[in-house]
Design a protein around this ligand. Structure first.
Ligand SMILES: [Zn+2]
Ligand SMILES: [Zn+2]
Length: 122
């Protein structure tokens, strides 16, 4: 098992793990990240559209500045290697500044129901 690096965010971590290990159809990397970094973040998986690690990446996309333009199709594409994580607070399960919500995809996220995880100050 590879652990998240200091300050690395969930999305960058899962992206890195999927690059190296692929998805096995579960949230194994998401769960591993949570165990290590934010064990109290129990509704984490509810945030993602698919019940596997791909859903974590599918729920976000790289900001434009980090995309590369395909010279043939003139479309922006994700780079083959993920850029270095911009970093988040130690216990945060939120994506870093490299990621944005895809525009117009899915319903607007609602505020999480239920108790806030302990230690969250935002
Ligand atoms: Zn998957
Ligand atoms: Zn990141």
């Amino acid at each position: 098992m590879s652990d998240p690096q200091e300050g690395e965010c969930l999305v960058c971590y899962v992206g890195r793990m999927l690059d190296d290990h692929g998805c096995d159809g579960t949230l194994r990397w998401t769960h591993h990240f949570r165990e290590i970094r934010s064990p109290t973040a129990t509704g984490l998986e509810k945030r993602f559209p698919q019940p596997c690690d791909c859903g974590v990446l599918a729920s976000r996309r790289l900001v434009r500045e980090l995309m590369v333009r395909d010279v043939h199709t003139d479309e922006l594409e994700a780079p083959t290697r993920l850029p270095t994580c911009s970093g988040v607070r130690r216990t945060s399960t939120h994506p870093c500044a490299n990621w944005e919500r895809p525009r117009g995809a899915g319903p607007r996220p609602t505020r999480a129901h239920g108790p806030r995880p302990a230690g969250g100050d935002r």
